[in-house]
Ligand binder design. Structure first.
Ligand SMILES: Cc1ncc(COP(=O)(O)O)c(C=O)c1O
Length: 374
């Protein structure tokens, strides 16, 4: 069968391996598996969310509120924007998809940093657009400026902080760049991990209302999947000028957010104390990985997120390290697919991190030994 030819160039997104797969393939007891591969919040959801969901179980026969009035009101209050500045998506992924499809076709160009969230390129290529990437893996605003001057762009993606590397541009750098961007270029500021960066360093805090009022061609995207611990619920959002939101709405399928997901997101917003506690623990625990990397002489990227990326020296192969960990029940992310000899580890809970560091050390030592006798 012949399909749309642009799809020949599109890679399939590979999500972090699920626990069920490790149980099936390696016969490991699920209780002994630690999954730190998808940057989920390891502390579970707020008790408010769990209680609310249990109370809703009788309402499942009805469609959800497609206006999403209550969630938009709650987000509007959090971000100090109006309802017509907001669109809700099935994960922020869906909003990223809308952005690309609203702007791009085979004549379009999309600008992004070399190593960033894979879906930007996947959605871009679905439209046949040309992808332009900076030379550096991490965001380098001077390279963005130079490439924009040279090629222009229909869409620019800034991932702040960046997945899978963890670095984050300063707000000042972002503003300086946005001032040079034409009003017809849509700038997507992906703030999937912004809660973490803003907690760690005020200089990284992008305020959505501020950005969209200063730059009507920018959209800020956020998610409930990370700091708000609702990855399984699939709720994200975009905040932008009403003209952008109105256009994105044309791409939205009906009832794209389930009743349970809407309720969970509304409850999660009521428990900011829980979110802040989780973020504080995240950075306390991250220090353990940094210290381990320093003592082992491993290079790591300073992270403003809930994961840390370790660059492995040439005598290790990241895919092999990830595989050895998998066989020991530890799921992390190998970054070979991004062209890097590196692994990304979501920061887990205290009990998980001590096991992960112990097993990582065991793996690195065993692979070193193999090399010596090779
Ligand atoms: C940078 C970034 N943006 C967006 C997403 C999409 O998240 P979700 O669709 O769960 O909101 C992810 C998920 O990992 C991400 O890392």
């Amino acid at each position: 069968m012949k399909f749309n030819q642009v799809l020949d160039n599109v890679k399939t997104y590979e999500a972090g391996k699920p626990i069920e797969l490790v149980v099936r393939e390696y016969g490991i007891n699920p209780c002994d598996i630690i999954k730190l591969a998808s940057n989920e919040n390891p502390y579970g959801t707020s008790p408010l969310v769990t209680q609310k969901i249990q109370s809703l179980s009788k309402n499942m026969f009805m469609y959800p509120d497609d206006s999403m009035f209550e969630l938009k009101e709650a987000l509007g209050e959090k971000y100090q924007v109006a309802s017509n500045n907001i669109i809700i998506g099935s994960g922020s992924d869906q909003i990223l998809e809308f952005c690309v499809h609203a702007k791009c076709n085979e004549k379009s160009t999309i600008l992004m940093t070399k190593t960033t969230f894979a879906m930007y390129e996947i959605y871009g290529k679905q439209t046949g657009a040309t992808i332009i990437k900076t030379e550096d893996d991490e965001h380098n605003i001077e390279q963005f400026k130079a490439l924009y001057k040279q090629h222009g762009a229909d869409v620019i993606f800034l991932c702040l902080p960046n997945n899978p590397l963890g670095e984050c541009l300063d707000k000042e750098e972002v503003y300086e760049f946005l001032k040079e961007v034409d009003e017809n270029t849509l700038v997507v500021i992906d703030g999937a991990y912004m809660e973490y960066a803003a907690y760690k360093d005020e200089k990284k805090r992008i305020v959505a209302s501020d950005i969209i009022h200063t730059f009507p061609n920018a959209i800020y995207t956020g998610t409930f999947s990370k700091a708000y611990a609702l990855g399984g619920m699939r709720v994200g959002y975009g905040i932008a000028h009403p003209d952008i939101i109105k256009t994105l709405y044309k791409l939205r399928p009906p009832f794209n957010i389930s009743t349970l997901s809407l309720a969970a997101a509304i409850e999660a917003l009521k428990d900011e104390a829980f979110v802040n506690e989780c973020i504080a623990k995240n950075f306390e625990e991250m220090v353990k990985y940094e210290t381990y990397a320093q003592t082992k002489g491993l290079e790591y990227i300073k992270s403003y997120t809930n994961f840390i990326t370790l660059k492995l020296p040439a005598d290790y192969i990241s895919a092999q390290v990830a595989q050895e960990l998998l066989e020991r029940g530890i799921i992390i992310r190998d970054l070979t697919g991004y062209g890097l000899n590196a692994i990304r580890i979501t920061i887990g809970r205290e009990d998980q991190n001590s096991i992960v560091i112990e097993k990582l050390d065991e793996v690195l030592e065993s692979l070193k030994t193999v090399k010596v006798y090779d």
